[in-house]
Design a protein around this ligand. Structure first.
Ligand code: SAM
Length: 391
Protein backbone atom coordinates (compact mmCIF):
# COMPACT_ATOMS: atom_id res chain seq x y z
CA UNK A 1 0.00 0.00 0.00
CA UNK A 2 1.41 3.40 -0.96
CA UNK A 3 1.30 5.95 1.84
CA UNK A 4 -0.07 9.29 0.63
CA UNK A 5 2.64 11.11 2.57
CA UNK A 6 5.34 9.20 0.67
CA UNK A 7 4.15 10.55 -2.69
CA UNK A 8 5.81 13.89 -3.37
CA UNK A 9 5.08 16.02 -6.41
CA UNK A 10 8.44 17.35 -7.67
CA UNK A 11 8.46 21.13 -8.15
CA UNK A 12 9.08 20.79 -11.92
CA UNK A 13 5.65 19.31 -12.38
CA UNK A 14 3.66 22.04 -10.68
CA UNK A 15 0.88 23.12 -13.04
CA UNK A 16 1.32 20.03 -15.23
CA UNK A 17 0.43 17.31 -12.79
CA UNK A 18 -0.90 15.15 -15.63
CA UNK A 19 2.67 14.83 -16.98
CA UNK A 20 3.80 13.61 -13.57
CA UNK A 21 1.14 10.87 -13.59
CA UNK A 22 2.10 9.88 -17.13
CA UNK A 23 5.79 9.73 -16.23
CA UNK A 24 5.08 7.80 -13.04
CA UNK A 25 3.21 5.17 -15.03
CA UNK A 26 5.92 5.00 -17.67
CA UNK A 27 8.54 4.50 -14.99
CA UNK A 28 6.59 1.86 -13.06
CA UNK A 29 5.54 -0.12 -16.11
CA UNK A 30 8.84 0.03 -18.03
CA UNK A 31 10.74 -1.36 -15.08
CA UNK A 32 8.38 -4.32 -14.73
CA UNK A 33 8.42 -4.88 -18.50
CA UNK A 34 12.17 -4.75 -19.06
CA UNK A 35 12.92 -7.02 -16.12
CA UNK A 36 10.60 -9.68 -17.55
CA UNK A 37 11.36 -9.27 -21.26
CA UNK A 38 15.10 -9.15 -20.56
CA UNK A 39 14.97 -12.78 -19.48
CA UNK A 40 13.87 -13.91 -22.94
CA UNK A 41 15.25 -11.32 -25.38
CA UNK A 42 18.86 -10.35 -26.12
CA UNK A 43 17.96 -6.92 -27.51
CA UNK A 44 15.32 -4.50 -26.23
CA UNK A 45 14.42 -1.35 -28.19
CA UNK A 46 12.69 1.63 -26.60
CA UNK A 47 11.15 3.96 -29.17
CA UNK A 48 9.75 7.35 -28.15
CA UNK A 49 7.90 8.35 -31.32
CA UNK A 50 7.06 11.90 -30.14
CA UNK A 51 9.94 12.54 -27.79
CA UNK A 52 10.18 16.23 -27.07
CA UNK A 53 11.63 17.69 -24.88
CA UNK A 54 8.32 19.42 -24.35
CA UNK A 55 7.21 21.86 -21.63
CA UNK A 56 10.19 20.79 -19.53
CA UNK A 57 11.12 22.92 -16.56
CA UNK A 58 14.21 21.05 -15.48
CA UNK A 59 17.58 22.01 -17.01
CA UNK A 60 18.73 18.41 -17.17
CA UNK A 61 15.41 17.16 -18.64
CA UNK A 62 14.58 15.13 -15.54
CA UNK A 63 10.90 15.90 -16.03
CA UNK A 64 10.75 14.47 -19.57
CA UNK A 65 9.97 10.98 -20.81
CA UNK A 66 13.46 11.01 -22.38
CA UNK A 67 15.36 10.99 -19.10
CA UNK A 68 12.77 8.89 -17.29
CA UNK A 69 13.08 6.09 -19.84
CA UNK A 70 16.89 6.28 -19.99
CA UNK A 71 17.17 6.02 -16.20
CA UNK A 72 14.93 2.95 -16.15
CA UNK A 73 16.87 1.36 -19.00
CA UNK A 74 20.13 1.90 -17.08
CA UNK A 75 18.63 0.46 -13.90
CA UNK A 76 17.18 -2.59 -15.65
CA UNK A 77 20.34 -3.29 -17.60
CA UNK A 78 22.25 -3.44 -14.30
CA UNK A 79 19.52 -5.51 -12.64
CA UNK A 80 19.47 -8.00 -15.49
CA UNK A 81 23.27 -8.26 -15.43
CA UNK A 82 23.04 -9.28 -11.79
CA UNK A 83 20.71 -12.07 -12.90
CA UNK A 84 23.33 -13.19 -15.44
CA UNK A 85 21.52 -11.64 -18.45
CA UNK A 86 23.53 -9.45 -20.77
CA UNK A 87 20.80 -7.53 -22.57
CA UNK A 88 21.55 -4.98 -25.27
CA UNK A 89 19.35 -1.88 -24.89
CA UNK A 90 18.74 0.61 -27.70
CA UNK A 91 16.74 3.84 -27.40
CA UNK A 92 15.40 5.90 -30.28
CA UNK A 93 13.91 9.40 -29.87
CA UNK A 94 11.94 11.01 -32.70
CA UNK A 95 11.17 14.72 -32.74
CA UNK A 96 9.83 16.97 -35.47
CA UNK A 97 10.26 20.44 -33.99
CA UNK A 98 13.63 21.94 -34.93
CA UNK A 99 14.32 23.68 -31.63
CA UNK A 100 13.24 20.71 -29.52
CA UNK A 101 15.27 18.37 -31.73
CA UNK A 102 18.43 20.44 -31.26
CA UNK A 103 17.99 20.25 -27.51
CA UNK A 104 17.36 16.51 -27.73
CA UNK A 105 20.36 15.90 -29.93
CA UNK A 106 22.78 17.90 -27.83
CA UNK A 107 21.47 16.24 -24.66
CA UNK A 108 21.95 12.75 -26.10
CA UNK A 109 25.43 13.65 -27.39
CA UNK A 110 26.53 14.89 -23.97
CA UNK A 111 25.27 12.06 -21.78
CA UNK A 112 27.42 9.09 -21.17
CA UNK A 113 25.37 5.92 -20.95
CA UNK A 114 27.57 2.90 -20.99
CA UNK A 115 26.29 0.02 -23.02
CA UNK A 116 23.11 1.73 -24.22
CA UNK A 117 22.80 2.74 -27.86
CA UNK A 118 20.90 6.04 -28.08
CA UNK A 119 19.79 7.78 -31.25
CA UNK A 120 17.88 11.01 -31.95
CA UNK A 121 15.91 11.11 -35.21
CA UNK A 122 14.65 14.35 -36.73
CA UNK A 123 11.40 14.47 -38.66
CA UNK A 124 7.73 13.61 -38.76
CA UNK A 125 6.74 10.32 -37.23
CA UNK A 126 4.49 9.30 -40.10
CA UNK A 127 7.29 9.73 -42.65
CA UNK A 128 9.81 7.90 -40.49
CA UNK A 129 7.86 4.70 -39.77
CA UNK A 130 9.95 2.47 -42.06
CA UNK A 131 13.19 3.97 -40.75
CA UNK A 132 12.03 3.28 -37.21
CA UNK A 133 11.30 -0.36 -38.06
CA UNK A 134 14.68 -0.72 -39.79
CA UNK A 135 16.42 0.71 -36.73
CA UNK A 136 14.64 -1.84 -34.48
CA UNK A 137 15.68 -4.76 -36.67
CA UNK A 138 13.74 -8.01 -36.92
CA UNK A 139 14.37 -10.06 -33.81
CA UNK A 140 14.49 -7.53 -31.00
CA UNK A 141 11.68 -6.72 -28.58
CA UNK A 142 10.37 -3.17 -29.03
CA UNK A 143 8.33 -0.85 -26.85
CA UNK A 144 6.76 2.09 -28.70
CA UNK A 145 5.68 5.17 -26.77
CA UNK A 146 3.18 7.23 -28.80
CA UNK A 147 2.69 10.53 -27.00
CA UNK A 148 1.81 13.20 -29.57
CA UNK A 149 0.39 16.67 -29.04
CA UNK A 150 -2.73 15.88 -31.14
CA UNK A 151 -4.43 12.80 -32.53
CA UNK A 152 -4.20 13.36 -36.29
CA UNK A 153 -1.64 11.26 -38.16
CA UNK A 154 -0.53 9.88 -34.83
CA UNK A 155 -2.93 7.61 -32.95
CA UNK A 156 -5.17 6.29 -35.76
CA UNK A 157 -4.71 2.52 -36.10
CA UNK A 158 -4.08 3.04 -39.84
CA UNK A 159 -1.17 5.41 -39.03
CA UNK A 160 0.26 2.97 -36.52
CA UNK A 161 -0.33 -0.06 -38.74
CA UNK A 162 3.30 -0.73 -39.82
CA UNK A 163 4.38 -0.74 -36.17
CA UNK A 164 1.31 -2.61 -34.91
CA UNK A 165 2.06 -5.42 -37.31
CA UNK A 166 5.58 -5.91 -36.02
CA UNK A 167 6.06 -9.02 -33.85
CA UNK A 168 7.48 -8.74 -30.31
CA UNK A 169 6.19 -5.23 -29.83
CA UNK A 170 4.24 -3.37 -27.18
CA UNK A 171 2.66 0.07 -27.23
CA UNK A 172 1.69 2.84 -24.87
CA UNK A 173 -0.52 5.32 -26.69
CA UNK A 174 -1.78 8.66 -25.51
CA UNK A 175 -5.44 8.69 -26.56
CA UNK A 176 -6.28 12.39 -26.56
CA UNK A 177 -9.76 12.00 -25.14
CA UNK A 178 -10.42 15.66 -24.40
CA UNK A 179 -9.87 16.55 -28.09
CA UNK A 180 -11.64 13.50 -29.46
CA UNK A 181 -14.68 14.01 -27.27
CA UNK A 182 -15.08 17.46 -28.78
CA UNK A 183 -14.51 16.44 -32.38
CA UNK A 184 -16.24 13.07 -32.63
CA UNK A 185 -19.64 14.60 -33.45
CA UNK A 186 -18.42 17.37 -35.76
CA UNK A 187 -19.20 16.93 -39.45
CA UNK A 188 -15.82 18.11 -40.84
CA UNK A 189 -14.10 15.35 -38.86
CA UNK A 190 -16.30 12.43 -39.94
CA UNK A 191 -13.58 10.83 -42.08
CA UNK A 192 -10.94 11.29 -39.38
CA UNK A 193 -13.22 9.79 -36.74
CA UNK A 194 -13.74 6.69 -38.90
CA UNK A 195 -9.95 6.34 -39.02
CA UNK A 196 -9.71 6.57 -35.24
CA UNK A 197 -12.77 4.57 -34.20
CA UNK A 198 -13.41 2.30 -37.19
CA UNK A 199 -16.91 3.79 -37.52
CA UNK A 200 -18.77 7.03 -36.91
CA UNK A 201 -19.30 7.04 -33.17
CA UNK A 202 -22.88 7.76 -32.14
CA UNK A 203 -23.08 8.91 -28.57
CA UNK A 204 -26.38 10.84 -28.41
CA UNK A 205 -28.27 10.25 -25.17
CA UNK A 206 -25.25 8.76 -23.44
CA UNK A 207 -24.06 9.98 -20.04
CA UNK A 208 -20.52 11.36 -19.82
CA UNK A 209 -19.25 8.06 -18.45
CA UNK A 210 -21.07 5.96 -21.06
CA UNK A 211 -19.64 8.17 -23.79
CA UNK A 212 -16.14 7.73 -22.43
CA UNK A 213 -16.48 3.94 -22.19
CA UNK A 214 -17.99 3.74 -25.66
CA UNK A 215 -15.29 5.83 -27.33
CA UNK A 216 -12.32 4.24 -25.61
CA UNK A 217 -13.68 0.76 -26.30
CA UNK A 218 -14.27 1.53 -30.00
CA UNK A 219 -10.67 2.70 -30.23
CA UNK A 220 -9.35 -0.40 -28.47
CA UNK A 221 -11.33 -2.67 -30.78
CA UNK A 222 -10.16 -0.77 -33.84
CA UNK A 223 -6.52 -0.99 -32.71
CA UNK A 224 -6.75 -4.74 -32.13
CA UNK A 225 -8.19 -5.30 -35.62
CA UNK A 226 -4.92 -4.06 -37.13
CA UNK A 227 -2.51 -5.91 -34.87
CA UNK A 228 -1.03 -9.07 -36.31
CA UNK A 229 -1.88 -11.97 -34.03
CA UNK A 230 0.89 -14.28 -35.20
CA UNK A 231 2.60 -14.05 -31.82
CA UNK A 232 -0.43 -13.99 -29.54
CA UNK A 233 -3.88 -12.46 -29.25
CA UNK A 234 -3.75 -8.66 -28.99
CA UNK A 235 -4.90 -7.30 -25.64
CA UNK A 236 -5.39 -3.76 -24.37
CA UNK A 237 -5.82 -1.96 -21.05
CA UNK A 238 -5.83 1.69 -20.15
CA UNK A 239 -5.34 4.26 -17.43
CA UNK A 240 -7.41 7.45 -17.12
CA UNK A 241 -5.44 10.64 -16.66
CA UNK A 242 -7.67 13.37 -15.24
CA UNK A 243 -7.37 17.12 -15.56
CA UNK A 244 -5.43 18.41 -12.53
CA UNK A 245 -8.16 20.64 -11.11
CA UNK A 246 -11.31 19.38 -12.82
CA UNK A 247 -12.97 16.00 -12.42
CA UNK A 248 -12.75 15.27 -16.13
CA UNK A 249 -10.60 12.98 -18.22
CA UNK A 250 -7.81 14.70 -20.13
CA UNK A 251 -6.49 11.59 -21.85
CA UNK A 252 -6.19 7.85 -21.56
CA UNK A 253 -2.93 5.97 -21.79
CA UNK A 254 -3.80 2.90 -23.81
CA UNK A 255 -1.53 -0.07 -23.51
CA UNK A 256 -1.36 -2.81 -26.14
CA UNK A 257 0.39 -6.13 -25.85
CA UNK A 258 0.17 -9.69 -27.13
CA UNK A 259 1.18 -11.17 -23.83
CA UNK A 260 -1.34 -11.91 -21.04
CA UNK A 261 1.27 -11.21 -18.32
CA UNK A 262 1.74 -7.75 -19.87
CA UNK A 263 -1.83 -6.79 -18.97
CA UNK A 264 -1.37 -8.05 -15.42
CA UNK A 265 1.87 -6.07 -14.94
CA UNK A 266 0.35 -2.97 -16.53
CA UNK A 267 -2.65 -3.10 -14.20
CA UNK A 268 -0.34 -3.54 -11.20
CA UNK A 269 1.54 -0.41 -12.25
CA UNK A 270 -1.76 1.35 -12.83
CA UNK A 271 -3.06 0.53 -9.35
CA UNK A 272 0.12 1.94 -7.80
CA UNK A 273 -0.49 5.11 -9.77
CA UNK A 274 -3.93 5.69 -8.37
CA UNK A 275 -2.78 7.26 -5.12
CA UNK A 276 -0.16 9.33 -6.96
CA UNK A 277 -2.85 10.78 -9.21
CA UNK A 278 -5.20 11.41 -6.33
CA UNK A 279 -2.56 13.21 -4.29
CA UNK A 280 -1.21 15.32 -7.17
CA UNK A 281 -4.74 16.44 -8.07
CA UNK A 282 -5.74 17.18 -4.45
CA UNK A 283 -2.69 19.41 -4.16
CA UNK A 284 -3.42 21.17 -7.48
CA UNK A 285 -7.04 21.80 -6.43
CA UNK A 286 -5.94 23.15 -3.06
CA UNK A 287 -3.38 25.47 -4.72
CA UNK A 288 -6.13 26.78 -6.99
CA UNK A 289 -8.46 27.40 -4.04
CA UNK A 290 -5.74 29.23 -2.12
CA UNK A 291 -4.78 31.44 -5.04
CA UNK A 292 -8.46 32.34 -5.57
CA UNK A 293 -9.30 33.04 -1.93
CA UNK A 294 -5.90 34.35 -0.87
CA UNK A 295 -6.26 32.29 2.32
CA UNK A 296 -3.99 29.51 3.49
CA UNK A 297 -5.71 26.23 4.40
CA UNK A 298 -5.08 24.50 7.68
CA UNK A 299 -4.66 20.97 6.43
CA UNK A 300 -2.57 19.38 3.72
CA UNK A 301 -4.67 18.59 0.67
CA UNK A 302 -4.17 14.86 1.04
CA UNK A 303 -4.70 14.24 4.75
CA UNK A 304 -7.17 11.46 4.16
CA UNK A 305 -6.85 9.08 1.22
CA UNK A 306 -10.29 8.23 -0.16
CA UNK A 307 -10.78 4.51 0.14
CA UNK A 308 -12.89 4.19 -2.98
CA UNK A 309 -10.65 6.12 -5.39
CA UNK A 310 -10.17 4.02 -8.52
CA UNK A 311 -11.76 1.00 -6.84
CA UNK A 312 -15.04 -0.53 -7.82
CA UNK A 313 -17.73 -1.51 -5.31
CA UNK A 314 -16.87 -4.99 -4.01
CA UNK A 315 -20.51 -6.00 -4.30
CA UNK A 316 -20.16 -5.69 -8.09
CA UNK A 317 -16.88 -7.62 -8.14
CA UNK A 318 -18.42 -10.40 -6.04
CA UNK A 319 -21.34 -10.65 -8.43
CA UNK A 320 -18.86 -10.90 -11.30
CA UNK A 321 -17.03 -13.79 -9.58
CA UNK A 322 -20.29 -15.61 -8.88
CA UNK A 323 -21.30 -15.30 -12.53
CA UNK A 324 -17.92 -16.58 -13.66
CA UNK A 325 -17.79 -19.64 -11.40
CA UNK A 326 -19.81 -22.84 -11.39
CA UNK A 327 -19.76 -25.97 -9.23
CA UNK A 328 -17.43 -27.52 -11.80
CA UNK A 329 -13.78 -26.68 -10.98
CA UNK A 330 -12.29 -24.17 -13.42
CA UNK A 331 -8.62 -23.26 -13.73
CA UNK A 332 -7.82 -19.59 -13.21
CA UNK A 333 -4.40 -18.74 -14.63
CA UNK A 334 -2.62 -15.59 -15.84
CA UNK A 335 -4.46 -15.75 -19.14
CA UNK A 336 -7.84 -15.82 -17.39
CA UNK A 337 -6.80 -12.98 -15.07
CA UNK A 338 -5.67 -10.99 -18.09
CA UNK A 339 -9.08 -11.57 -19.75
CA UNK A 340 -10.84 -10.39 -16.58
CA UNK A 341 -8.70 -7.27 -16.32
CA UNK A 342 -9.13 -6.44 -19.98
CA UNK A 343 -12.87 -6.90 -19.76
CA UNK A 344 -13.47 -4.88 -16.59
CA UNK A 345 -10.49 -2.56 -16.04
CA UNK A 346 -10.77 -3.30 -12.28
CA UNK A 347 -7.80 -3.60 -9.97
CA UNK A 348 -6.33 -7.04 -9.20
CA UNK A 349 -6.60 -6.34 -5.47
CA UNK A 350 -10.38 -5.89 -5.82
CA UNK A 351 -10.70 -9.32 -7.45
CA UNK A 352 -8.62 -10.80 -4.61
CA UNK A 353 -10.57 -9.05 -1.87
CA UNK A 354 -13.95 -10.01 -3.35
CA UNK A 355 -12.93 -13.66 -3.68
CA UNK A 356 -11.63 -13.68 -0.09
CA UNK A 357 -14.94 -12.33 1.23
CA UNK A 358 -16.97 -14.81 -0.81
CA UNK A 359 -14.78 -17.62 0.50
CA UNK A 360 -15.35 -16.47 4.07
CA UNK A 361 -19.10 -16.60 3.43
CA UNK A 362 -18.72 -20.16 2.03
CA UNK A 363 -19.91 -19.08 -1.41
CA UNK A 364 -16.76 -20.00 -3.34
CA UNK A 365 -13.69 -22.15 -2.76
CA UNK A 366 -10.12 -22.29 -4.02
CA UNK A 367 -9.51 -26.04 -4.28
CA UNK A 368 -5.74 -25.55 -4.43
CA UNK A 369 -5.28 -23.31 -1.40
CA UNK A 370 -4.31 -25.45 1.56
CA UNK A 371 -5.37 -22.76 4.05
CA UNK A 372 -7.08 -19.34 3.96
CA UNK A 373 -4.76 -16.70 2.56
CA UNK A 374 -4.63 -13.26 4.19
CA UNK A 375 -3.97 -11.23 1.01
CA UNK A 376 -4.08 -13.05 -2.30
CA UNK A 377 -6.88 -15.58 -2.21
CA UNK A 378 -6.02 -16.85 -5.69
CA UNK A 379 -2.53 -17.45 -7.04
CA UNK A 380 -3.14 -17.05 -10.77
CA UNK A 381 0.49 -17.88 -11.58
CA UNK A 382 -0.09 -21.35 -10.15
CA UNK A 383 -3.25 -21.96 -12.24
CA UNK A 384 -5.49 -22.74 -9.30
CA UNK A 385 -8.92 -24.41 -9.50
CA UNK A 386 -11.89 -22.43 -8.25
CA UNK A 387 -15.53 -23.38 -7.69
CA UNK A 388 -18.81 -21.81 -6.68
CA UNK A 389 -20.49 -23.55 -3.76
CA UNK A 390 -24.12 -24.21 -4.53
CA UNK A 391 -26.14 -23.91 -1.36
C1 SAM B 1 3.42 15.63 -25.88
S1 SAM B 1 5.00 16.01 -26.46
C2 SAM B 1 5.99 14.68 -25.85
C3 SAM B 1 6.18 14.67 -24.42
C4 SAM B 1 7.11 13.59 -23.93
N1 SAM B 1 6.67 12.28 -24.36
C5 SAM B 1 7.16 13.61 -22.42
O1 SAM B 1 6.32 12.95 -21.78
O2 SAM B 1 8.04 14.27 -21.86
C6 SAM B 1 4.91 15.64 -28.16
C7 SAM B 1 6.17 15.99 -28.93
O3 SAM B 1 6.00 15.49 -30.26
C8 SAM B 1 6.48 16.45 -31.18
N2 SAM B 1 5.75 16.22 -32.43
C9 SAM B 1 4.53 16.68 -32.79
N3 SAM B 1 4.16 16.19 -33.97
C10 SAM B 1 5.15 15.35 -34.37
C11 SAM B 1 5.33 14.51 -35.49
N4 SAM B 1 4.42 14.45 -36.45
N5 SAM B 1 6.43 13.76 -35.55
C12 SAM B 1 7.38 13.82 -34.58
N6 SAM B 1 7.27 14.61 -33.48
C13 SAM B 1 6.17 15.36 -33.39
C14 SAM B 1 6.21 17.78 -30.54
O4 SAM B 1 7.10 18.78 -31.03
C15 SAM B 1 6.44 17.47 -29.05
O5 SAM B 1 7.76 17.73 -28.70
Amino acid sequence: MVNAESVKLPAHYKGREQAYIKHSLLKAYLERLFMIVGRYHNTICYVDCFAGPWQEKSENLEDTSIVIALKIIEKCQKGLKQLGKNVKFKALFIEENQKAYQKLESFLTDINLQGIEVKPMHGEFIALRQQILDWCGKDSFAFFFIDPTGWKEAVEPSTLKPLLQRSNSEFLINFMYDFLLRTHTQKPFTGDMIEVFGQTPITNDMTALEKEEHLINLYRINLKKIVSSTDGIPRTAYVRILKPTKDRVLYHLVYLTRHPLGIVKFMEASQGLDIVQWKARSQAKQDKRISKSGQEELFTAYNHAPEKDGHVDLFIVKRYWLNKLTSKPAVFDIEKLSDMLEETGWFISDFQQAFKELEKDDKVKNLDAKRARPVNAVNFEKSERLIKINL
